[in-house]
Design a protein around this ligand. Structure first.
Ligand SMILES: Nc1ncnc2c1ncn2[C@@H]1O[C@H](COP(=O)(O)OP(=O)(O)OP(=O)(O)O)[C@@H](O)[C@H]1O
Ligand SMILES: [Mg+2]
Length: 153
């Protein structure tokens, strides 16, 4: 699937508005792929107002949404040691009300929850406003709003 930026944002808002928890979404793809754009639109779609900065340095931000969802947004790009994940409370994530969004989950390889979605974004040659989107389902997570097509793994 290919989405332009407006479509990406609308999909993210739909996810945020409708996703049931607990839910883990792992966002993959190279620098500038659009992981933060998608994460931010999910946070906004869940009813969180205001700025949603990129957690590149803080590693994790937590938001309480107007519809009662706790949205956790992480960026593991700078994580080099699994001990950092422990300090962040990695093992406790996935609470009943939590929607957990993780950029650069490859930094936590081998420590990902069984039930999850992995969304990979990538560039499209010749179209700066377009991104490829592929979605893989692992285990039996809650459904991913706005994305009926899924591949099981
Ligand atoms: N279809 C699209 N979907 C998402 N972002 C797009 C799209 N087209 C263009 N963009 C642009 O691509 C950039 C994506 O930046 P973003 O910070 O979301 O990337 P990222 O994957 O989070 O990178 P990083 O790995 O550095 O965190 C933004 O400047 C955005 O405006
Ligand atoms: Mg980012």
């Amino acid at each position: 699937m290919i989405l332009n930026e407006d479509e990406m944002i609308r999909w993210g808002e739909a996810i945020g508005a409708a996703a049931r928890t607990p839910l883990f979404l792992f966002l993959k793809g190279p620098l500038g792929a659009g992981k933060s754009v998608l994460a931010r639109s999910i946070v906004h779609g869940a009813g969180v107002e205001g700025a949603v900065p990129s957690p590149t340095f803080n590693l994790m931000f937590r938001y309480s949404s107007s519809r009662g969802v706790d949205v956790v947004h992480m960026d593991l790009y700078r994580v080099t040691d699994p001990a950092e994940l422990w300090e962040l409370g990695w093992q406790e994530l996935g609470g009943q009300d939590e929607l957990v969004l993780v950029e650069w989950p490859d930094r936590a390889e081998g420590m990902l929850p069984e039930h999850r979605w992995e969304i990979t974004l990538g560039p499209v040659a010749g179209d700066l406003n377009a991104r490829t989107v592929s979605v893989i389902r692992f285990g039996v997570p809650q459904s991913l709003p706005g994305f009926p097509v899924s591949v099981s793994s």
